[in-house]
Design a protein around this ligand. Sequence first.
Ligand code: DX5
Ligand code: ZN
Length: 214
Amino acid sequence: MISIAPSMLSADFLHLEKDVEMVNRHADLFHLDVMDGTFVPNISFGFPVINAIATKAARPLDVHLMIVHPEKYIERFARETGAAMISFHYEAAKEQSVDILRQIRDLGVKAGIVINPDCPVEVLFPLLKECDFVLIMSVFAGFGGQAFIESTYERIRALKAEIDRQGLRVPIEVDGGVSPANARALIEAGAEILVAGSSIFKAPDPAAAIAAMR
Ligand code: DX5
Ligand code: ZN
C-alpha cells in the first residue's frame, strides 16, 4: 500500500482549510514539518497551526520533527495534536535514539527516525526493530522546493534490503523533491510513503498531481 503525504509546509496558510479539505479528499496523511531554527536553519510552525489542522483533518497526522531535544516535546505532540506518526532526526538524537523511539511507541504513536542525505543508512540498521517507519530525506531538511538528490534511490534500496534481511515490516518514507516524475522509481526502490510539498501545492491542480503520483 502506497501512501501520499502532502507536506503542509507548502500549503496556502491564508486558506489552510481549503488545503486541509483537499488532503482529506485526495491523499492519505498530513505531513507536518516542525522546524526550530537550530537543528535546521529555518522556522516553520508548531502547536497552534497543527492543532488547527487537527480539528479538520480526516487523515492521520505525520509529524516530522526537525528540532534539537525532540524528547522534550514528543509527549505534547502525541497528546495535544493527536499525531498518529512522529519522527525525529537521528542527527539530533544519536545515542538517545532508542529511548526516544520507545518514548513515542509508549504513547501509542508510530515511531519513526529520519536521516539527512549525508548520514549513512547503516546507522539505522541497529534501530530498525524499534521503528514503525523510517524517513529518508532526499533533500537536506529545512526547506521545501529543493531539488531531489539522485543518490536517494541507492540509499532506499540498501535500507530496504536490510529491513528484509532482518525480517521486519518497516515502511520507508521519502521526503524532499518528490513529484510525479520520480514517484514510480522511488516505489520501485522500496519507498512506501511519499511526502510531497511543492509538487502538490504549487501544481495548478493539486488533486491531479496526487493522482499522477499514484
Ligand atoms: C523539508 C521538509 C519537507 C518539505 C518537502 O525539510 O521535511 O517535508 O516540505 O517539500 P518539497 O516536496 O517541496 O521538497
Ligand atoms: Zn518533512
